[in-house]
Ligand binder design. Structure first.
Ligand code: A3P
Length: 329
């Protein structure tokens, strides 16, 4: 009975959303699918219904940890790090669930998964729940902002993020011939058309909120983690309320967690080499090069300069900056 109500609720929602969708401006994205302009950001048509369901129905709890990112900013890495830090007394690294499951299986994406798996996310996940979303700050469900849950935001140099995303879409769409060349993807990114973008608005929303509520929102950059992962593992643990004891520090637990969640270690796990997610993606597509500055191999210097300048202008006055990707002469 409950299930029936739930299903008819979804059906009513679907009709209403079909109507809403028909009024929204849309853009054809790289893979030929549409992205809708909604609440000032670009929502992929594939998650539109489920994202609205998440916005309307999700109730955050004080104990929740919510990871937020624009796709391809280091979400997989942070899912592994946060889960491992928070659950270190439950699972030793030798029996870590990451040895048999990809990080995306253990930490659900609310925008995509909450509609499908509401009861398991609300009832079965142990506390603290570790959850993820790509939704911009201004569009988060109210309870997420008003309760005492913790939000960890990860962002990345926009040039590398764009190239990582382009490769990801290529990997997902190998059979499609209409796939965009990098020049077109680049032009769209400059116009702010990028999943959950514009990049600058997504990042600025969380940046400003993190300045106002530093106890609630931790703002991280991929490049900073690459530079000093041990420092950031310690910082994350403190922020999440799971600080390392002096004894743990002495035993090298921080370094062990950093190494366990490193790109090379996760990429080379059998589950990530040969496994698939329930949606059918190969786990391996979440691990490409894991490097800072790879965009240099795909964008010309004038493209890089243009996007860097655009982002710099958009972020100007906010105090948020990204290091320049160094171009070869
Ligand atoms: P590249 O495509 O540049 O290699 P997301 O997890 O948000 O989808 O981002 C994917 C990007 O993070 C990919 O970047 C991927 O290789 C990189 N990545 C995945 N796991 C990582 C890890 N443990 N450490 C560093 N980078 C990682």
């Amino acid at each position: 009975m409950e299930n029936q109500n739930f299903l008819s609720g979804v059906e009513v929602l679907s009709n209403e959303i079909e109507e809403l969708v028909s009024t929204l401006p849309r853009e054809k994205l790289w893979d030929g699918l549409y992205s809708y302009q909604y609440q000032g950001f670009s929502v992929p048509s594939t998650v539109f219904h489920s994202m609205i369901f998440f916005q309307r129905h999700f109730q955050a709890r004080d104990t929740d940890v919510i990871l937020v990112s624009i796709p391809k900013s280091g979400t997989t890495w942070l899912k592994a790090l946060i889960f491992t830090i928070v659950n270190r007394s439950r699972y030793s690294l030798a029996e870590s669930p990451f040895l048999t499951s990809n990080p995306h299986e253990l930490v659900p994406f609310l925008d995509k998964d909450y509609m499908k798996n509401q009861s398991s996310i609300d009832q079965d996940l142990s506390s603290p729940r570790i959850l993820a979303t790509h939704v911009p700050y201004a569009s988060l469900p109210h309870s997420t902002v008003s309760c005492n849950c913790r939000i960890v935001y990860i962002c990345r140099n926009p040039l590398d993020q764009l190239i990582s995303f382009w490769h990801f879409m290529l990997a997902l769409n190998q059979e499609k011939t209409e796939f965009f060349p990098i020049e077109k993807a680049f032009e769209m990114a400059c116009q702010g058309v990028l999943f959950y973008g514009p990049f600058w608005e997504h990042t600025l929303g969380y940046w400003k909120a993190s300045l106002e509520e530093s106890n609630k929102i931790l703002f991280l950059k991929y490049e900073d983690l690459k530079e000093d992962i041990n420092f950031h593992v310690k910082k994350l643990a403190e922020f999440l309320g799971f600080p390392f004891s002096v004894e743990e520090e002495r035993q090298g637990v921080i370094e062990e967690i950093s190494k366990f969640c490193s790109f090379d270690n996760l990429k080379n796990m059998e589950v990530n080499k040969s496994g698939k997610l329930p949606v059918g993606h190969q786990n391996s597509i979440y691990f490409r090069t894991g490097k800072v500055g790879d965009s240099i191999n795909y964008l010309t210097s004038s493209m890089s300069e243009r996007l860097e300048k655009l982002v710099e202008d958009k972020l100007s006055g906010s105090g948020l900056t990204f290091k320049k990707i160094i171009q070869s002469p």
